[in-house]
Design a binder for this molecule. Structure first.
Ligand SMILES: [Zn+2]
Length: 336
């Protein structure tokens, strides 16, 4: 007994560790993502296009348009051919936002959950739902794998989503700025912002497929923080701003700089990925800042810009790179 009990306790503990080290689960019963060659069974493409158009990234309109999440194929339908797959929380977390007015969004009925993983605040978004569970309220805790709704094809777009293409649109996002509504009012005076903080511009997508596959590959060694730190850099930019919400929310991404700590921080050098996510932030002293401009591009990874050009954050003028209007707007929001 005395030998057996600790062994059992060890197993239970091992089980718990495995669970915490594998934070993300697939959001439906469709697990073909993990099957070799299972892509056709997992992704729903756009009409007449290959499965890759259901992936995350510059996959739409011949690479010129961004798709911020994964379009996951349904496995079950009712008599009328409508999808009925339960939609499951990808990780432990809490309800952040519920939109039950499909006419107000191209995401239709959608749900956003907030998670804390590896010290990183990350959000998951589930769109085009037929139903969102009635009892879900803002702040309510949910468990990984818990049913939060039913797959559907709601959207306010004119062309809609055909029965054939019914899917779950699934995103993993980082949150940009708590002052988004004020920034939006200033930037787009008179324009409606039906979803407040939960406007898509305030949520920057990561590639859920890459994260899920990396987690599968590394098992208990997977770390969301390391994953983010390993994202490919598109460019480096200096910002003359030293107090913005990203610094607090994603403090784990800040790199040490003794000189700035000694002389005082006057700004930050940011490494951005192609989607505008600040994957590394290094404080800079006034003496280390290159000029007076509020934002300045320091370097560009041209191979990455060529590979993922659809977000158009930067542009080339002669031999020099500068921020394009999308990049400027992304940094204005980040540092607002
Ligand atoms: Zn989609």
């Amino acid at each position: 007994m005395f030998v057996w009990l600790p062994a059992l306790a060890g197993l239970v503990l091992l089980g718990a560790l495995t669970l915490t080290a594998q934070p993300f689960q697939l959001p439906t019963a469709n697990h073909a993502l993990f099957e070799p060659g299972g892509e056709e069974k997992f992704f729903v493409p756009t009409v007449g296009k290959p499965w890759t158009t259901g992936c995350f990234g510059c996959v739409r309109t011949d690479g010129r348009q961004m798709h911020e999440g994964l379009d996951i194929r349904c496995l079950q339908r009712d008599k009328r051919g409508e999808p009925t797959d339960p939609v499951l929380a990808t990780a432990d977390g809490a309800v952040a936002y519920v939109n039950r007015k499909p006419s107000l969004s191209n995401y239709g009925n959608y749900l956003v959950l907030r998670h804390q993983i590896d010290g990183i605040e990350i959000y998951s978004t589930y769109a085009h739902l037929r139903e969102i569970r009635d009892d879900l309220k803002i702040g309510q805790p949910v468990k990984a794998g818990e049913t939060v709704g039913i797959m559907g094809r709601t959207a306010n777009t004119r062309e809609g989503i055909s029965k054939d293409r019914a899917h779950l649109h699934f995103e993993l996002n980082l949150f940009v700025n708590d002052r988004f509504p004020a920034w939006y009012n200033q930037k787009f005076p008179g324009q409606r912002n039906d979803h407040g903080l939960w406007n898509g511009q305030n949520l920057l997508g990561l590639d859920p497929r890459a994260i899920l596959l990396e987690q599968q590959r590394l098992g208990t060694k997977f770390s969301l923080l390391k994953y983010l730190q390993g994202e490919t850099e598109l460019c480096r930019v200096v910002v003359r701003a030293k107090d913005f919400p990203w610094l607090k929310r994603y403090a784990a991404l800040i790199r040490p700089n003794p000189k700035a700590q000694q002389e005082g921080v006057a700004g930050y050098e940011l490494a951005l990925n192609f989607n505008g996510i600040a994957i590394a932030l290094t404080p800079r002293a006034a003496s280390e800042l290159p000029g007076k401009a509020k934002f300045q591009v320091l370097s560009v990874n041209e191979a990455e810009e060529k590979k993922n050009p659809c977000r158009k954050l930067i542009r080339q003028r002669g031999s020099r790179w500068e921020l394009a209007s999308h990049g400027l707007s992304a940094l204005e929001l980040l540092t607002y």
